[in-house]
Design a protein around this ligand. Structure first.
Ligand SMILES: NC(=O)c1ccc[n+]([C@@H]2O[C@H](COP(=O)([O-])OP(=O)(O)OC[C@H]3O[C@@H](n4cnc5c(N)ncnc54)[C@H](OP(=O)(O)O)[C@@H]3O)[C@@H](O)[C@H]2O)c1
Length: 338
């Protein structure tokens, strides 16, 4: 199937969805987008999937629906995560024709702490976001005879210039480093931190659209796998990118943060923090704890589609983040004192 297709992209204003819309449009498909609040173009409609009826303009048939819409926060309750990431999928599956090519974007971390999306208990996952993404995959497998599920890890910007529509998730880290919000990196230095570019995901989806619907529920896992950058290389790259930008702008460089193990953190830093830090400092430290599980992954993901080396893209994405978030990138870290 190579001719122009009518394709709907959900979550079209997001970091990944917007890159997919651009790529499919460049490939001359007839692309529409939806998101909770809608977007600036007449082809970007508002539809809070799962909570509202679709606007009339979205009447089918659609050759393909690419489902990027999600709430990626880790702080939701199980019920909220279900409402945010499973209920909209259920509504979408009900609304779509059976012969529409359904492409669902998931995350490599949907396999949680056990390496599988099968466990139904939230305890098997690092957070309710992972739990809801696993539940979404299970729902597709049980409801559809044909679909593409595409898992990928942390997303960086475009390979040539680091551009991202939204810098969220991982970009909390450079922000925290500039503000001094974290006192140390709680991480295994040799752990894998797998990442892809929005280009990798968008190109994969473009290729899938060209192939048409598969005869089964098919899983693709994008990433670097055992070639993914390690923590040390990633953090060195983040620091080099921030400091390069700071030097050009006449701002003192940030010093590298010390690494501490999870054990050291839990036994020394956290009890100290609880006793001596003020409420705001303690909130930051606690928020940072949510990242620990992602910075100690010693088994690489089994990938089905290896991406090109990502470190230069990390560098460009952090620089681009600094340009876009100048006031944060200019901050002088506050020293950690009780
Ligand atoms: N970013 C990553 O590092 C990463 C890594 C792995 C997998 N993923 C997956 O990639 C997909 C896209 O993530 P992203 O980072 O691009 O997210 P994002 O930047 O937060 O964008 C989320 C998009 O979904 C829309 N949305 C959320 N709930 C909706 C609903 N009920 N109905 C309609 N639209 C809704 C949002 O619209 P509004 O802006 O109007 O609210 C926004 O357009 C998700 O499935 C995520 O799980 C992301």
């Amino acid at each position: 199937m190579t001719s122009s297709q009518r394709i709907l992209v959900t979550g079209a204003t997001g970091a990944v969805g917007s890159a997919i819309v651009r790529r499919l449009t460049a490939a001359r498909h007839d692309v529409y987008g939806v998101s909770s609040r809608g977007g600036p173009s007449p082809r970007q409609l508002a539809w809070r999937i799962g909570a509202e009826e679709p606007p009339g303009e979205l009447r089918g048939p659609w050759d393909a629906v690419v489902h990027c819409a999600a709430d990626t926060r880790w702080s939701l309750t199980v019920e909220e995560a279900e409402q945010a990431n499973v209920a909209p999928l259920r509504a979408l599956l009900k609304w779509m024709d059976d012969d529409t090519h359904f492409v669902h974007l998931s995350t490599s971390y949907a396999t949680g702490l056990t390496g599988s999306v099968e466990p139904t208990s939230a305890d098997a996952y690092r957070n309710t976001y992972e739990w809801s993404k696993a539940a979404a995959e299970r729902l597709i497998t049980s409801e559809r005879a044909s679909a593409d599920i595409v898992r990928f890890p942390i997303v960086m910007g475009a390979r040539d210039d680091g551009f991202l529509e939204r810098y969220s998730g991982f970009f909390w880290l450079p922000a925290a480093m500039c503000s001094g919000a974290v006192p140390a990196l709680v991480a295994e230095k040799d752990a894998y931190l797998d990442m892809v570019s929005t280009d990798d995901v968008a190109e994969h989806v473009r290729a899938l659209a060209g192939q048409g619907p598969p005869g089964e529920v098919r899983l693709a896992i994008l990433g670097g796998g055992d070639g993914a950058p390690r923590i040390v290389e990633t953090f060195d790259t983040v620091l080099a990118a921030i400091n390069g930008w700071r030097e050009e702008n006449g701002i003192p460089e940030i010093r590298p943060l010390p690494y501490v193990t999870m054990d050291q953190w839990n036994r020394f830093y956290l009890p100290f923090a609880r006793e001596y830090l003020d409420r705001v400092q303690l909130m930051r430290v606690t928020a940072f704890q949510a990242y620990q599980g992602y910075l100690s992954v010693t088994e690489p993901f089994d990938v089905t589609h290896s991406v090109e080396p990502i470190v230069p893209t990390i560098f460009r994405s952090i620089r681009r983040w600094a340009e876009k978030h100048e006031s944060t990138a200019r901050r002088i870290p506050r020293p950690w004192r009780p």
